[in-house]
Design a binder for this molecule. Structure first.
Ligand code: AGP
Length: 614
């Protein structure tokens, strides 16, 4: 939800902080700020709006230092204002803090601190925390590690979530960092150390990192780092090498990250499949599930949990696994599953899907499933992410960094992996060698098929221009096209702010058709020839109410221009892969509508890339 960067070393901290914030801005962009320590004094600069505003402000003042922290905010407590921007300073000016998360018991702590004479400037929960740290510092008698101990003791009293980076004027060569549910990783340099919310901010400086775990706290100095827990327990430090390439996180000449990532999908699909087919090319194989074939054959039910677009990917997985592996599948919103205590068969396998691997609701669902003793697997895009580390095994998407807030290449990679999972499980059950081989061949051909659909970008842009002025739109599809209708509606609403809803096409008659008029066009996902006549009937129902109709159909279909106002044809592919192929037009449609409406496509209002609050 917010982005944090910290640096301590022998270089100009300010430039490193600003570069890092620019790369972290997709995590939240309401306001931004930096703090450095020079001659035992803080230099703090904060600005409302984008990081660019902060950079302009820094250019006009002389702010320097070899140690500093930076923050780009997605507001949770307190309006978007300079006063509420991070970093926050403690009442007597001893500490400065950048925080990602929510302090749930901040009111009671605030009352306690007011009673101790502390004053507050902002409306944020974060300012409570930095003052609590100062309170403990003033009480701490042991001069050894006084800074670290003060933060430890303060966090002991905190309920909620945090990823924090803290500076202290009296310890100008250190940063103290801590994590609980909000991601933080330490970057190990030569004579310098970094801390960041994710790898994008530090990949250009170092590839050697340590991911902090929940409950861990660390002290960084230019030459070293020390990790412990709030109870001073020793921890096993696991050093990792980043698989990020900085150039992957650049826009690569595209106008928006989202457009770049839409066009990266053929490559992302290749990466999702690479090395994951059997030698006889009749099934898929996954190395990270850590389950034997015998164990997988015992699975008699699968539950998928996720949020947002990842939850829609779960719906596609349900259709595919039930159809091709004949295993009953349930799908739950992660935020619902964690509280509803669903009765589940003991042989239920639980999957979570998360591009970022940091979504708090999804992590909480995963932890709830583990508490109940279920085996948990994760499909995620970020190696070393919290969800990847918490689950019992899983499948990495290898999609590369996804910077655009609206998920595109990660989504199609997730449903590609779901298709491969359906194949893998199906071949352990009733799917024949021949059917498996046809499935594998269709997967092999998929990237080039997606290239063909992407080549229709100009056609889809022209269609989008015709509909960009509307205020409402319905997306409709049957069977595995229903989740794609949901995804089309989600993409459109989150980047163009046009109200849009997705429904099963037949369901439209049971209420939503009341919305249908010339002011509410309908977008049909109608690629399945087997039920074409049903879709044609629904199309005629809405057109008889003067609604305009866009349809995605399969090349050679009987659904031709005479039935609709705008038609997008996609290649005829294996039924299991139609959801992927049909997704490309809805992504491009949403992108171009948002572009015509002048929206901020990569940083839509009120959104953030990774939702690490509840
Ligand atoms: C997708 O377009 C949205 N930005 C959002 O719904 C996202 O899919 C959701 O927050 C889940 O994120 P995750 O995959 O990183 O867990």
């Amino acid at each position: 939800m917010c982005g944090i960067i910290g640096y301590v070393g022998n270089k100009d901290a300010v430039q490193i902080l600003l570069d890092g914030l620019t790369r972290l801005e997709y995590r939240g962009y309401d306001s931004a700020g930096i703090a450095t320590v020079v001659d035992s004094e803080f230099n703090i600069l904060r600005r409302v709006g984008r990081v660019a505003n902060l950079i302009d402000a820094v250019d006009r003042v002389s702010i320097a230092g070899f140690v500093g922290i930076g923050h780009t905010r997605w507001a949770t407590h307190g309006v978007v204002s300079e006063k509420n921007a991070h970093p926050h300073q403690s009442a007597h000016g001893l500490f400065s803090i950048a925080h990602n998360g929510v302090i749930e018991n901040y009111e009671s702590i605030r009352e306690f601190l007011l009673g101790k004479g502390f004053t507050f400037e902002s409306e944020t929960d974060t300012e409570i925390l930095v003052n609590l740290i100062e309170y403990h510092f003033n009480k701490e008698q042991d001069p050894e590690n006084k800074f670290l101990k003060s933060v430890q003791k303060a966090l002991f009293h905190v309920r909620g979530t945090y990823g924090i980076a803290v500076l202290c004027k009296d310890y100008a060569n250190e940063i103290v960092v801590a994590r609980k549910s909000s991601p933080l990783l330490i970057g190990i340099g030569s004579g310098e150390m970094f801390v960041a919310s994710d790898a994008s901010a530090i990949a250009q400086h170092t590839r050697d990192v340590v991911y902090l775990n929940d409950g861990e706290i660390a002290r960084l100095t230019p030459s070293d780092f020390f990790i412990t827990t709030l109870r001073n327990e020793s921890v096993d430090v696991v050093k990792c090498e980043l698989d990020w390439r900085v150039e992957d996180a650049d826009r690569g000449g595209y106008e928006h990250y989202m457009l770049k990532e839409i066009f990266e999908q053929p490559k992302a699909l290749e990466n999702a499949m690479r090395g994951r087919f059997s030698d006889d090319l009749s099934t898929a194989r996954f190395g990270g599930l850590r389950m034997s074939t015998r164990e997988l054959r015992q699975v008699d039910r699968i539950l998928f949990c996720a949020c947002g677009t990842a939850w829609i990917a779960c719906l596609v997985a349900e259709y595919l696994i039930e159809k091709y592996a004949r295993i009953p599948v349930e799908v739950e919103y992660a935020s619902e599953f964690r509280y509803q205590n669903s009765p589940l068969d003991k042989n239920t396998l639980i999957f979570v899907i998360s591009q970022s691997g940091e979504t708090l609701d999804t992590m909480a669902a995963l932890q709830e499933a583990k508490r109940k003793g279920f085996r948990t697997l994760a499909i995620t895009n970020v190696v070393g992410s919290a969800i990847a580390r918490e689950s019992d095994g899983g499948i990495y998407q290898h999609s590369g960094p996804e910077i655009g807030v609206a998920s595109t290449k990660a989504f199609t990679a997730q449903i590609c992996i779901a298709a491969m999972l359906a194949l893998y499980l199906g071949r352990m059950r009733d799917m024949s060698f021949e059917d498996g081989a046809l499935f594998v061949q269709a997967l092999h051909d998929l990237p080039s098929v997606v290239e063909d659909v992407l080549a229709q970008g100009d056609v889809i842009e022209k269609i989008a221009e015709k509909y960009a002025h509307h205020d409402d739109m319905l997306f409709l599809g049957r069977q595995a096209m229903f989740p794609i209708a949901l995804e089309g509606a989600l993409k459109l609403k989150e980047i163009s702010y046009m109200h849009s809803e997705g429904y099963p096409a037949a369901e439209m008659k049971h209420g939503p058709i009341a919305l249908v008029s010339e002011k509410c066009p309908c977008f049909f996902l109608a690629t399945q020839e087997r039920i074409l006549q049903k879709n044609v009937a629904n199309i005629q129902e809405v057109r008889s109410r003067r609604a305009k109709v866009i349809a995605v159909a399969t090349a050679g279909s009987e659904l031709t221009e005479k039935f609709v106002d705008d038609l997008i044809l996609v290649p005829n592919v294996h039924a299991a892969l139609q959801p992927i192929v049909a997704t490309i037009p809805v992504q491009l449609f949403a992108y171009y509508v948002a572009k015509f409406r002048g929206c901020d496509i990569d940083k839509p209002r009120n959104l953030a890339k990774s939702v690490t609050v509840e």
